[in-house]
Write a protein that binds this ligand. Sequence first.
Ligand code: ZN
Length: 303
Amino acid sequence: MNDFKNLLMKDCDEHTRQQLKKAILEKYFFVSADTIGKSILEREIECFRIGNSDKEILFCGGVHGSEWITSQLLYLFIIRIADTIINCKSQLTEILLSCFQKYSLIFIPCVNPDGVEISLHGSQSAKHLENFVRRVAKGDTVHWKSNALGVDINHNFNADWQNIKKKEMDSGITFPSMTRYGGEFPESEPETRTLTEYCRTHHILSAIAFHAQGEEIYWSFSEKTPVRSLEIAQKMAELSGYALSFPESIADGGGFKDWLIVEKGIPAFTVEVGKGENPLDIAQLPEIYARLEKMLFYFLSVG
Ligand SMILES: [Zn+2]
């Protein structure tokens, strides 16, 4: 981590992500990066790959703007994996060698770059949507979770979307909002479609979407949840000390994990990292990662 410490321990805005990408690609020849989509405001959604197999394990972060610490968590995870490959003397190296014989690792550190920028730098970072964001945020952009059009990406996936839409309406969320507004129809947003199109065209075996906060692991959605998901989640909980949870009612459906379970039938998890109020202090990053590392490498070992 030392080479990257200055970049990892700061706000994960667009500029920092560009610097991290450059530094990672320069240091590790076996890591590649692609742009797989663009946000409402044309910010690039980047995808990092390690491995050559067409079978993939997927990790996502930065789905919610104010949870940008999850992007830094994924960059740190990429760096730790890459260092483990180079150093070749850690007990984790064996896990990785076996992993890369079977599948590749895919990281999408920042699914919602506009939301992150709004949370970090305010409504002016929403370009031509500045006035709209200012009206919706009412002076509180720091807690912004949605994309730049006020759609919560994790309510916009086609997984029992009508159900979550009804729950939103019952809660009075009928317009674009900083959080929990699921859009006019499923996959209405480019950020959502970036993930669904990627997953439809790739052979994803399993996935974790990182959110903040709560130290919880969500593992199920409907009767389509794969049988082995519970066993994997239990082990993840044991290794991290995080709790196994079921979503509160408003969070029931519309999420990326939910969609992966319904559409792809694969083990998919939401991990809520850290404790406190979002945005979490970046100073928490080393501690959050240290607590999760065993769980993450276990996840690599089960595929
Ligand atoms: Zn979240």
